[in-house]
Every structure is written in structure tokens, then in C-alpha cells.
Design a protein around this ligand. Structure first.
Ligand code: ZN
Length: 201
């Protein structure tokens, strides 16, 4: 396995619309494993293929809360629906069949590191997708998993979470990044000590 490089905004590749996966085979499986490794090593909860420069409709997700000391997953924090879904989840050519309710969450993104903004999503979704073997499956979920799936699926259309917030706020963030880049590790450490960092997808 190999850790891949994660592209960050304003890299224009992140704006590409990803193409459906047509060939399922060992290369795709290896790529999925590399994506998972990249996501875990970056402390992310989701990653779309385009974020590592591959414009294909594929994403990996693991929203299970992990206890840092014991390394165990805390399944009590997940909803009943979330607990029914085996994670990590690899979704290929995903399609939202049904979405209901509204929920807001402070989202972040491995491609827009250190920024967090409140985004509104469907509270509960039904998604159709294919696994790495090309077998179709369906997922009905809510909670963080539903939010994360919607966030990752946006990447397949070239959309970022900072496109969902108010025009003024969005422009402020985009201009700040274009002008000053992202904060350094030292600056982040300093900020981290002041507030708890939410999950990144
Ligand atoms: Zn993202």
C-alpha cells in the first residue's frame, strides 16, 4: 500500500467532474486500499478519488469514532442505522436514490485543510453504489455517515463544502487561501490548543 498525495484547493483538478468506473479488477482494489491508507494517515473520515488526482467516481469512508488510547471503535456513538453498515465503506459510482430531512454540521475537508464551516445536508439518505468487485449494494443511513457520503459525493461533481456556504463567507475563505495559502503546522498547533478540531472528510 502507498500513501497518496492529497490535492488541496485551489488545485483545478478538484473542480473536475469524475467519470463512472467501468472496469473492476485488481488495480481498482489496490487503489481503494491506497485511498483508505491515505485517509487514515491523514486522520480523515472520507476521501474521494479526485482528491488524490483520479477523476473516477469512487470514495472511501470510515466515520467510526475511535478511542485514541485503546484503538477501539466506539459503536455506541453511532446511530442505529449507521451501526448496520459495515465500515470502512468503499462506494463506486454512488447515486442518491432518496434524501429526507435536513441537518447541519461543521464540515471540514482534507482538500481545504484547517477550515470548518456549517453546511446543510439531507438528514437521511438512501444510496445505491457498487463495491470493488462490481457488486451493487444499497445503504440507508443518517448521522455523520450520511453527511460524509453527501460531502464525498459532492467531490465527484467538482464541488467543495466551501461552495455551500454564503457567497461572502465562501469568497473570504477562497481569497484567504489564494493569498496566504494554508496555515503552517505551527499555526495549526497553536489554534488546536485553543479549540477542539471537528472531523475532516
Ligand atoms: Zn472533502
Amino acid at each position: 500500500m502507498a500513501k497518496l498525495e492529497i490535492l488541496t484547493y485551489p488545485n483545478p483538478i478538484l473542480r473536475e467532474v469524475s467519470e463512472p468506473v467501468k472496469e473492476f479488477g485488481p488495480d481498482l482494489k489496490k487503489f481503494a486500499a491506497d485511498m483508505l491508507e491515505t485517509m487514515y494517515e491523514s486522520n480523515g473520515i472520507g476521501l474521494a478519488a479526485i482528491q488524490v488526482g483520479q477523476p473516477i467516481r469512487m470514495l472511501v469512508i470510515d466515520t467510526r469514532p475511535k478511542d485514541e488510547k485503546s484503538g477501539r471503535y466506539n459503536y455506541d456513538e453511532l446511530s442505529e442505522l449507521e451501526n448496520k453498515i459495515k465500515q470502512p465503506l468503499i462506494m463506486i459510482n454512488p447515486e442518491i436514490i432518496n434524501g429526507e430531512g435536513k441537518i447541519t454540521y461543521d464540515e471540514g475537508c482534507l482538500s481545504v485543510p484547517s477550515f470548518f464551516e456549517t453546511v446543510e445536508r439531507f438528514e437521511k439518505i438512501e444510496v445505491k453504489a457498487f463495491d470493488v468487485d462490481g457488486k451493487e449494494f444499497r445503504v440507508v443511513t443518517d448521522g455523520l455517515l450520511a453527511i460524509c457520503i453527501q460531502h464525498e459525493m459532492d467531490h465527484l461533481e467538482g464541488t467543495l463544502f466551501i461552495d455551500h456556504i454564503s457567497f461572502t463567507k465562501s469568497n473570504r475563505i477562497k481569497n484567504q487561501i489564494k493569498k496566504n495559502g494554508y496555515p503552517t503546522k505551527e499555526e495549526l498547533e497553536e489554534r488546536k490548543s485553543k479549540l477542539k478540531e471537528p472531523s475532516r472528510a
